[in-house]
Design a protein around this ligand. Structure first.
Ligand code: ADP
Length: 216
């Protein structure tokens, strides 16, 4: 599904964030991207999302070179990807269901249909009963699940997560990783960036280890 060929990225005026990366994520795989803060994890995810551009090399998504997409083509790429954030990014004055339905509304889906799909996504993260609540009524772990529901509401082929358990304790983190595993068992390709090595040792899966922009 994703292939990196000799990919490098340096931010303007900064030292290289990623250097000569080569790897392949097959369709239906689940992979942890591990590295300390500053190792380049977010940058790697942003390159896949088309939020940053590589300075060298090629990135293939389902056989298409996405390093050369125009800004008009990038929205089509993003429709195939879901992104989970560390800091949830929920709109505080919108209900849970409105938060989850938002990407569908933006994509032009009829609001009634968007609500049906948002409820189904909330069901998959165990929060259907909380649909009408505001985010502030939910715990941190529940808000993270809402962010996950919003990331899968458009049924992406690829799910990316950037430190999805950064604000959670170990027990909640394990629950969240199990949730990603359940999506993967239904065929979604999953890539999770985390520095939480002790947790993923309890959940052995293929790993990419990043250190100062290099894959080890
Ligand atoms: P991680 O997600 O593993 O913490 P990042 O990808 O955020 O790592 O950062 C990798 C390197 O790139 C770091 O040295 C960071 O300071 C730098 N960096 C990240 N984003 C930017 C940016 N927008 N501008 C300049 N440098 C950046």
């Amino acid at each position: 599904m994703i292939r990196f060929e000799n990919v490098s990225k340096a931010y303007l005026g900064g030292k290289p964030a990623l250097q000569g990366l080569n790897f392949h994520l097959p369709v239906g795989s689940m992979t942890y991207l591990i590295g300390h803060s500053g190792a380049g994890k977010s940058t790697l995810l942003k390159l896949i999302m088309g939020m940053e551009r590589a300075n060298g090399g090629r990135i293939w998504f389902n056989g298409h070179d996405i390093t050369r997409l125009s800004r008009y083509e990038i929205p089509f790429l993003r429709r195939q990807i879901g992104m989970v954030h560390q800091d949830y990014r929920l709109l505080p004055d919108k209900s849970i269901i409105e938060n989850v339905a938002l990407p569908l509304i933006i994509a032009g889906i009829h609001p009634k249909e968007a609500d049906v799909r948002a409820l189904a996504a909330l069901e998959r993260v165990g929060l259907r009963e909380r649909a009408k609540h505001l985010p502030s009524y939910l715990s941190g772990g529940e808000q993270q699940r809402v962010d996950i529901a919003r990331a899968i509401v458009h049924k992406p082929q690829l799910l990316l997560a950037d430190e999805p358990t950064g604000n959670l304790d170990d027990a909640l983190s394990l629950d969240i990783f199990s949730l990603f595993e359940s999506f993967n068992q239904f065929g979604m390709t999953v890539l999770i960036a985390t520095h939480n090595i002790s947790i993923i040792q309890q959940k052995p899966k293929p790993c990419l280890m990043l250190e100062n922009g290099y894959l080890r």
